[in-house]
Structure formats: structure tokens, C-alpha cells
Design a protein around this ligand. Sequence first.
Ligand SMILES: [Zn+2]
Ligand SMILES: [Zn+2]
Length: 120
Amino acid sequence: MFRPGTDETNVQYEDVLCNFCRRSWDPDDPTRPLIEGHHGSHLCGECLALAYQAVVLENKSDRVAGVACTMCLEERDDECWRSPEFHDAVLCRRCVKQSATALEKDKDYQWTRPKQVEGA
Ligand SMILES: [Zn+2]
Ligand SMILES: [Zn+2]
């Protein structure tokens, strides 16, 4: 998403916000990359890590019937993660996995998916 009032002809890094935590993008921070979804939606690496932990490792689901995924805009039957801060921001399991795979391949960033904790 973009900061309200963003000049669309002159978008700055700080105008680009993660839909899930609403923090602006800092291109100099390699630990917090930003992934672009549909309709100008964005997901940062920190939120992706939280979502991955919850949905993939812990099999939790915050899915609410009738609410589409913020990134792919599809209403899916998958497990979903909802931002604890902004409840209208929802991420489906498919987007979690696709985003994690894409980010790990991106050499500009140092993002790795959370690992299953032994014995947990
Ligand atoms: Zn975020
Ligand atoms: Zn999705």
C-alpha cells in the first residue's frame, strides 16, 4: 500500500508501506525486504516471517469467511494469517509459501524462513 497522499507520479521509498504492519520501506535494510502483491499491496520480510511461523510451522489459521487475501486478492480455503495490528490485512498460505521461496532466492536480501524449533 502507499502512504495516503502519495504523489503517484513521484513515489518515494518511504511512501511504500507494508500492508500488514504499515511501516515504510527502507531499501537500505536488507533484513526487511518488501514483496509486491496485487493492486499495490506489499508485504515486508518481518510480517512474512510471522505469517510463516504461524501458518506453516504452527498450522494456525485466522481465516475469516468472506475475507480475501490482501496479496493475491483471492478468497481461499487455505489457512490464513491476519495482521495482529491491522485486521483487514490477510495473507493466505499459498502467498506465504510463494513469498518465502521468492525472498530466499533474492540475493539482495538476507531473508530466511523461520525454522521449526526442535521438540516444539
Ligand atoms: Zn510488515
Ligand atoms: Zn494469497
